[in-house]
Every structure is written in structure tokens, then in C-alpha cells.
Design a protein around this ligand. Structure first.
Ligand SMILES: [Zn+2]
Ligand SMILES: [Zn+2]
Length: 451
């Protein structure tokens, strides 16, 4: 670098520093040290909490033990806790002077599946699921989220002199069936309690622990349920001409509906139609009266979503009409909306998180899974959801170069986060995100009053 370039670079850096937005003044480096110190003493208790919840998971809207355990933890910290908000959900409020309200959400529920990790704290618990007894497992990492949630609350109280305002920590039931967020909203989440100025959530992901992935804008897909019943006229398998065969109609529909994706939707836009279940008939020589299909419809954009809905309906009706069958019953159930990560909230958090996580804080393209955290943004709360890694880097490298088994993703019976570094990353990232939001809102208010 020659002298002129160097002096230009120096003055540019100086200018940049003097023009940095006000929230850059959050002293992230010393905050990180304070968080590390608090984690060193808090972690053993959080580890025990995590393993207890992991070993005793509960299904959607049955999360009474986890809710009671979290309520007790938050009360012990001095939060004002209201239970049974949206059935098994809870709201914990902590007021620390005048300022904005920042919400942090964890989920409470686990999945109806058998854990096969072989961990000494693996779940062997069973529960009732739609009338059947099933194994239950925390194979999505919501137990990681709960431990991080309690740890973040504790850490933020230890840093009480760094922020002014209200903490609103909510534990949401039934995320896996995309019903809990709506249940809490319907039960007065934003009317009986303050409506937050910003909201955060995190999710465990099968990437190296110590890594944090984030996005601005769309973060997950819209998920709608699909149920179709094709009606025919039953009869003998040897005499199809005396019947209207709904199995043949359903088969045609399942194939043809994919042309809505390949020929009608803009190929550069995301959209998926999956038929995951088909039920019809009892024996090979009987043509049944009807066939039922269940599926899921995924999209990012409202216009794509509308196009898929219309295309599916038209294709189903046409499949039936081709066989001279009555019109099918078509039911599209509106599910989760896409997550919208607010650019303002993400911007402030990203600045703090970049300082601490460096190149382990990365942008990720939107995921095709769905999440009902989106309900809070739809209700008008600027939000951010980010992902944290759960596995040892060596294990991921081994899977990548074929030296080890594939990495178990969320919902795999083998999903097994490494607790300590995962929970510690969750707490560090969430604490900094919340502090950045308090800081951003406080500075904005200061600027407004100066004007
Ligand atoms: Zn899940
Ligand atoms: Zn999940």
C-alpha cells in the first residue's frame, strides 16, 4: 500500500467510525466477556435442566411438565409469570424501567417418534397421539431452545444496568402442529400483555456448533394442508365398466398436479406440492367408492401460493370430470405463514453478532420448512429468527468426505445436539440480539427527542 492510499484508508476508517450509527456504541466486546463469566457459573444448572426436559418430552398442547418447570425457573429469577396462555403456554414479564418491550420465544413441544440416539439421557417416554400410544422425543431441539431461553433470561438480568425496558419471555406450545402461536394470540398474548417492539426466536440446526445463521426477509415457507376426497362408484374389480374408479382418478391427480409446479409456476420461484398420504380400498378385486389424499403445499410468495391453490383445485376437478365422476371434495387448510425477518431488527442484531461470531455468523438462504413464529410478525411485531449449530465440526467434516455416517437432521431419531457449546451459543447470540434491540430503540427515541 503506498503512502497516499494508506492515508486515504486511515481517514476513510476514521470517517466511517465517526459516522457509524449510534447502536455501534454497544460495547459488544465487554458484553461478551460478561456473558462468558455468567455462563461459567450458570451452565451446570442449565445442563441439568436440558437433560431433564430431553428425557421427558411432551407432545403439542400436553406440555404441562415443561411449562411448570420453566414457570418455576422464571419466577425464581423474579419474572412475573402467567401460565395457561393458549392452553399450555406461558408468559414471563420482567420490568426494568422505561423502555421498549422485547419478546423472546421458545417452543415447548416434542415429536411423536422414538429416539434412537442411545444417549444416557435419551427419552423412553410415551404419550397419547390421536388415540394411539406413541414414543415421544425432542428430535427438533426445542429442549435446546428452552435451556437457552432460561439461560438468556438469567444472563440479561445479570446485565440489568445495560438496558431499560421490559423483557417478555414466552414459552409457546404446539409448534410442531403449527397451532401454538395462534392459540396464544387468540388468548390475548398482545392484549393482556404488552405488544412487543421486537421479537426473537432461535432454532437448532444440523450445522457446526458455535455457528449462527441468519437471513433478512423471507426465512421459511408458507405451509398449507391439503385434503382431497375423490368420489366414484364402487364395484367388482373384474368389471370396471360398471363402476367409476376413484383409485384411477386419484392416481391421475397425483401425477398431473405436479405440472402445476413444472408448467404453471414461474420456475424461478419456490413452490412444492407433496401428496404424503393416500387411503382407499380394502382388497385387490374391489373398486372402492372413494379415495382420500392428504398433502402439503409450500411457497414463499403470496402470488405463488394463490397460483398453486387454484391449480390444485382445477387439476382435482378435471381428474374427476375425465372419468365422469362427481366433483371431488377439496379442502385447503391455511397453515403457517412464511417467517419475515425485519431488516431493522436484523440489522442491529447482525452488527453485534458479527463482532462476536465473526465468519461463523453467516447468511443462509430461506428454508423450505415452516414455523409458526411467523404469526407474531403477521400480528405486527418486527421479528428475527436465527439458527444455531449443534454438531462437532469433525463429525460434519467426516460426513462430508465420506469418512463418517450422514449427519442426522432435525426430526431424525438420531438427532443429538452437543449440549454445552450449543446452549452457550444460543444464550450468547440471543442475549446480544436482545441487547441490540433495546439499544437500537433507546437511541432512536433519543434522536427523536433531540429533534
Ligand atoms: Zn420440528
Ligand atoms: Zn422445531
Amino acid at each position: 500500500m503506498n503512502r497516499l492510499v494508506r492515508s486515504l484508508a486511515v481517514s476513510a476508517a476514521f470517517l466511517a467510525a465517526s459516522l457509524l450509527p449510534a447502536h455501534a456504541e454497544l460495547d459488544v466486546v465487554s458484553l461478551r466477556k460478561a456473558i462468558e463469566t455468567s455462563l461459567a457459573s450458570d451452565y451446570p444448572k442449565l445442563d441439568a435442566l436440558y437433560k431433564e426436559i430431553h428425557a421427558h418430552p411432551e407432545l403439542a398442547f400436553q406440555e404441562v411438565k415443561a411449562a411448570a418447570r420453566l414457570a418455576a425457573e422464571m419466577r425464581a429469577l423474579g419474572f412475573d409469570v402467567t401460565e395457561n396462555v393458549g392452553m399450555t403456554g406461558l408468559v414471563a414479564i420482567y420490568r426494568n424501567g422505561d423502555g421498549p418491550t422485547i419478546m423472546v420465544r421458545t417452543e415447548l413441544d416434542a415429536l411423536p417418534m422414538e429416539e434412537k440416539t442411545g444417549l444416557d439421557y435419551a427419552s423412553r417416554d410415551k404419550a397419547n397421539w390421536n388415540g394411539r400410544e406413541v414414543f415421544v422425543a425432542h428430535s427438533c431441539g426445542h429442549d435446546i431452545h428452552m435451556a437457552s431461553w432460561v439461560g438468556t433470561a438469567k444472563t440479561l438480568l445479570g446485565l440489568k444496568d445495560q438496558w431499560r425496558g421490559t423483557l417478555m419471555f414466552i414459552a409457546q406450545p404446539a409448534e410442531e402442529i403449527v397451532a401454538g402461536a395462534r392459540a396464544m394470540l387468540a388468548h390475548g398474548l398482545f392484549t393482556r400483555f404488552p405488544k412487543p417492539d421486537a421479537a426473537f426466536a432461535l432454532h437448532a440446526q444440523p450445522i457446526p456448533h458455535g455457528t449462527v445463521f441468519y437471513r433478512t426477509g423471507v426465512g421459511s415457507s408458507a405451509a398449507d394442508g391439503l385434503e382431497v376426497t375423490f368420489h366414484g362408484r364402487g364395484g367388482h374389480g373384474s368389471a370396471p365398466h360398471t363402476t367409476v374408479d376413484p383409485v384411477a382418478i386419484a392416481a391421475r391427480f397425483i401425477v398431473d398436479v405436479q405440472s402445476v409446479i413444472s408448467r404453471e409456476k414461474d420456475p424461478t420461484e419456490f413452490g412444492v406440492v407433496t401428496i404424503g398420504a393416500i387411503h382407499g380400498g380394502t382388497a385387490g378385486n374391489i373398486i372402492p367408492d372413494s379415495v382420500q389424499l392428504s398433502g402439503t403445499i409450500r411457497s414463499f410468495k403470496p402470488e405463488v401460493r394463490a397460483k398453486l391453490h387454484a391449480g390444485i383445485e382445477r387439476t382435482a376437478k378435471a381428474a374427476a370430470a375425465m372419468s365422469g365422476a362427481p366433483a371431488p371434495d377439496i379442502w385447503i387448510a391455511e397453515g403457517a405463514k412464511p417467517i419475515m425477518n425485519d431488516p431493522d431488527v436484523v440489522g442491529a442484531a447482525a452488527e453485534a453478532l458479527k463482532t462476536v461470531f465473526g465468519d461463523k455468523f453467516r447468511v443462509l438462504p430461506p428454508g423450505t420448512a415452516s414455523e409458526d413464529f411467523s404469526e407474531f410478525a403477521s400480528a405486527g411485531v418486527p421479528s428475527m429468527m436465527f439458527n444455531i449449530g449443534v454438531y462437532d465440526q469433525e463429525r460434519i467434516d467426516a460426513a462430508r468426505n465420506g469418512a463418517g455416517p450422514p449427519i442426522p437432521p432435525n426430526h431424525s431419531p438420531l438427532f443429538a445436539p452437543v449440549p454445552k457449546p450449543t446452549i452457550e451459543t444460543g444464550i450468547t447470540a440471543m442475549t446480544l440480539a436482545v441487547l441490540s434491540a433495546f439499544d437500537q430503540k433507546a437511541r432512536r427515541k433519543m434522536r427523536e427527542t433531540e429533534r
